[in-house]
Write a protein of this length. Structure first.
Length: 276
């Protein structure tokens, strides 16, 4: 009997402890399988529903003229947004007041830049790339003369190859253009039908026709000059550039730089850091 009473006492003590330790449970079922509506913030807590305050009038023009460009740009964008938002004469006027300052600062920079270019002609490309009609005509004549003289010196060391097929509709006009280039430059012209010469097609990686390649005689070196129908002027210029590159007279970044401009304003490989 005593043993039974002791067991009952222990059970009562255990149930009492469990009741004390367990927190009160919510009667509503919660968990992964029961969706709960998120708590919505009140209008006072929602940042999207806070009322925007209009911007103050912009500073005086003299103050804005001394502002850093980053600050002035940010101000211009903010006042533009406000002008679009409010669409009042006052907000639009405020925006254009700032824009007027930006315009004047840009005009001032342009004026100073022109003066600096006149005082430091090495920083200007006007002497090597004229923009007037007489100047452009003279520059084009100089370029053509330079290319013709240069190619004439290497007519025996390089040749032109036209890769074609009988089915190619553009090979015939490109053939006529290449004959003109050959007559003008003295570079020998050879035509290769890739259907009859698959080895040549593989060697020069010919994927389309017509294709024009410059070949260095007694050498494995070559360079493509044109794909499709190109003008005689373009092919001549590319032949000039390719020979200069193959001879080590230019780097890849100088490929478009003619000999008479090398080392000048338009030469990307020219040394920098000069003091003016």
């Amino acid at each position: 009997m005593k043993r039974l009473l002791i067991l009952l006492s222990l059970c009562l003590i255990g149930f009492s402890a469990m009741a004390i330790q367990q927190p009160p449970q919510d009667t509503q079922i919660k968990g992964y399988h029961w969706y709960e509506e998120p708590v919505k913030p009140s209008d006072s807590e929602d940042p999207m529903k806070k009322e925007r305050q209009p911007l103050p009038p912009p500073p005086l023009a003299a103050e804005m003229m001394d502002m850093h460009p980053d600050d002035l740009k940010a101000m211009l964008e903010n006042y533009l947004k406000e002008a679009v938002w409010l669409r009042t004469p006052e907000s639009v006027l405020a925006y254009y007041r700032i824009q007027d300052v930006v315009r004047r600062k840009a005009a001032g920079f342009t004026a100073v830049s022109n003066m600096v270019m006149l005082q430091n002609p090495k920083l200007s490309g006007a002497s090597q790339y004229p923009i007037t009609s007489p100047g452009r005509k003279a520059e084009l004549q100089q370029r053509a003369s330079n290319q013709s003289e240069y190619l004439a010196n290497y007519r025996g060391k390089y040749a032109l190859a036209l890769f074609s097929t009988l089915e190619c509709p553009y090979c015939d006009p490109q053939r006529n253009i290449l004959k003109l280039v050959s007559d003008r430059t003295g570079l020998e012209l050879t035509e290769v039908n890739i259907n009859e010469n698959p080895n040549a097609q593989a060697r020069f990686d010919v994927q389309v026709t017509p294709m024009v390649i410059l070949i260095e005689r007694n050498s494995e070196r070559w360079m493509p000059l044109a794909v499709g129908v190109e003008s005689a002027t373009k092919i001549t210029a590319n032949a000039y550039r390719a020979i200069r590159y193959l001879r080590g007279e230019t780097t890849p970044e100088q490929f478009l730089t003619p000999e008479y401009r090398q080392g000048g304003f338009f030469d990307p490989g020219a040394p920098t850091g000069e003091s003016f």
